[in-house]
Design a binder for this molecule. Sequence first.
Ligand code: SLL
Length: 153
Amino acid sequence: MARVKNTRFTKRIVYGNIASPLSQKKCAKTKDSTHKWTVFVRGVNGEDISHFIKKVEFGLHETFSTPKRVVEGPPFEISETGWGEFELSIILYFVPESGEKPITLYHDLRLHPHADDGLMFSSNVSKTVSSFQYEELIFIDPFKEMYQILADN
Ligand code: SLL
């Protein structure tokens, strides 16, 4: 398959988590869990990324009953309850047209406010914490089919 030479597409994504404490009542129901959290991969402005990302595999801590969670379409996210922070792996699988190998990202799941959170920590208004980072995916000289996909979106 032919590549489109001298072309380059940059797609910006954001990945991370939000978390908030469970109420006492909910804690009792969910046994050891103290927090609910959602880990996600999305476009920086919430735009659809499924034209170039086919599926996302989230690797949770082995204390979860099924640590490997595969999300086959948008929204690429997993919501869970838990009691501890740990490092997640996030494997991005690209659409087959891209010919790209999957890439693995890592994210430290965050449940608690940290001292350097500043206002969020001291105001105590919202107990929701968030932690996320940006990533630029760069497609250089993509295959023709992939070029079309990237150019159209
Ligand atoms: C810690 N190193 O000790 C970490 C491990 C693991 C968190 C945290 C499991 C919840 C469930 C869960 O939250 N594990 O099984 O439903 O802090």
